[in-house]
Design a protein around this ligand. Structure first.
Ligand code: DHB
Ligand code: MG
Length: 216
């Protein structure tokens, strides 16, 4: 029995959600406003945010990079786990999303701790100095994940944290006929992760599957 994991059901996920830090009114408002602004309603769950905050605290992270800001939910959540003087540099390709996120970051409790960098990850990441971050969170176009990962391994210091979202491919990872066009890219990336040198990582079944890795 000892090597067999408990089959985690929807009920367990609800239980986890009920037994973690709850979302505050600010992030709830951000989500509501994002929906009414027509921004894709895509954000990490409160329990995933809490888990990522714990990992950032364990890593004693001060500097975090993120690819894929969208509405700014995860950037704000991560910034809350950083000490005074900490910073999240988050990259967003959509001007509309970047403007929305900046507006909400400015009103948040972590205003001044999050910088939105406009552009594509492939163009912006190379402008960040080597060893200039303690952690990275990849949550953008899945076909570019291998490139984002290579850049992140340059930017994040040894012993730093690499997080990658959507390892379960929007719930379609094991589907025989997935409908989302990015599922193939996620599957390929998951295979790639196991071959990457200098990174010890595992998929944690929280949210839509979160790769958690430490740079060796
Ligand atoms: C979706 C969810 C994500 O977390 C993401 O990064 C991209 C897309 C989705 O549900 O479609
Ligand atoms: Mg995601």
């Amino acid at each position: 029995m000892s090597e067999i994991s408990t089959l985690v059901t929807e009920g367990h996920f609800r239980y986890i959600a009920a037994h973690t830090v709850q979302e505050d009114d600010f992030l709830r408002d951000l989500k509501r406003e994002a929906r009414s602004a027509g921004i894709p309603p895509i954000w990490i769950s409160p329990e995933q945010a809490s888990f990522m905050q714990i990992l950032l605290k364990l890593a004693k992270a001060r500097e975090v990079i993120e690819v894929g800001t969208l509405a700014g939910y995860s950037a704000i959540a991560m910034a809350r786990a950083l000490p005074e003087g900490g910073r999240v540099r988050t990259i967003e390709i959509s001007e509309v999303h970047a403007a929305f996120a900046e507006q909400w970051i400015a009103r948040s409790d972590v205003a001044g701790r999050v910088e939105v960098h406009r552009g594509a990850g492939k163009d912006v990441l190379p402008t960040f100095a080597a060893d200039s971050a303690d952690a990275g969170f990849l949550d953008a176009d899945k076909a570019s994940y291998p490139l984002y990962l290579r850049e992140s391994l340059r930017i994040v210091r040894r012993g730093g944290l690499i997080l990658v979202d959507n390892a379960f491919a929007f719930g379609q990872l094991l589907d025989e006929r997935p409908t989302d066009r990015e599922v193939g890219a996620v599957r390929a990336f998951n295979e790639y992760m196991n071959q990457v040198q200098g990174l010890h990582s595992i998929i944690v079944p929280i949210g839509d599957g979160l790769w958690v890795g430490v740079k060796l």
